[in-house]
Design a protein. Structure first.
Length: 191
């Protein structure tokens, strides 16, 4: 997609964002100092977008400039990994880059396995999608059900696997060298 194609899509995107926020051209004009006529021509593609026009619109809508411009994505964002089978489990890699946090979808079949806790460098986060997953962590022996998560330092002896009652499907995020997952939450309003 060339620059002209990107610019041609700005007008419809501006109109969509404005309408999505239920803002009139007059209200946007008052917020940006840009005339209603100019805003209308921008949205219809009759006026070429410029930085001087897009910056105040982005500020008024409180969106990043690249959302208005619709900068094209680089490459295909889909991860198409072939499943891997290891130790009786099926793994689908969900990340492509080597190193850093690694994400996997894992299918643990129904089976009876004696826990054999191991330890190594890293940090792991598990989230059960379906079924039940047994986790032995240090002195703890727990069963996680669908919708439950666990996180732990992998230097603590650990093992996870089938409860023997059925298969379990779960997500696993693993970071080497103690990398931890960072969860961002919207702060609550002060009371």
């Amino acid at each position: 997609m060339g620059a002209e194609d990107v610019l041609a899509e700005v007008g419809p995107r501006l109109r969509w964002i404005r309408r999505e926020r239920e803002v009139t051209l007059a209200a946007l004009s008052a917020a940006t100092g840009i005339s209603v006529s100019t805003l209308s021509r921008l949205e219809s593609g009759l006026r070429r977008p410029s930085l001087e026009l897009l910056l105040p619109i982005a500020q008024a809508h409180q969106v990043p400039l690249d959302e208005l411009v619709g900068a094209p994505l680089v490459g295909d964002p889909r991860v198409r990994a072939e499943p891997l089978r290891r130790h009786g489990r099926t793994f689908w890699p969900l990340t492509r880059q080597p190193g850093g946090l690694q994400a996997f979808k894992v299918l643990e079949p129904q089976r009876r396995v004696e826990p054999d806790p191991r330890s190594h460098e890293g940090y792991e986060w598990l989230y059960v999608l379906s079924g039940r997953l047994r986790l032995v962590l240090g002195e703890h022996d727990v069963v996680l059900s669908a919708g439950e998560a666990a996180e732990f330092d992998t230097r603590v002896p650990h093992w996870f696997g089938s409860t023997g009652e059925g298969p379990a499907e779960f997500l696993s995020l693993f970071g080497a060298q103690g990398e931890r997952m960072h969860v961002r939450a919207r702060p609550t309003a002060p009371k």
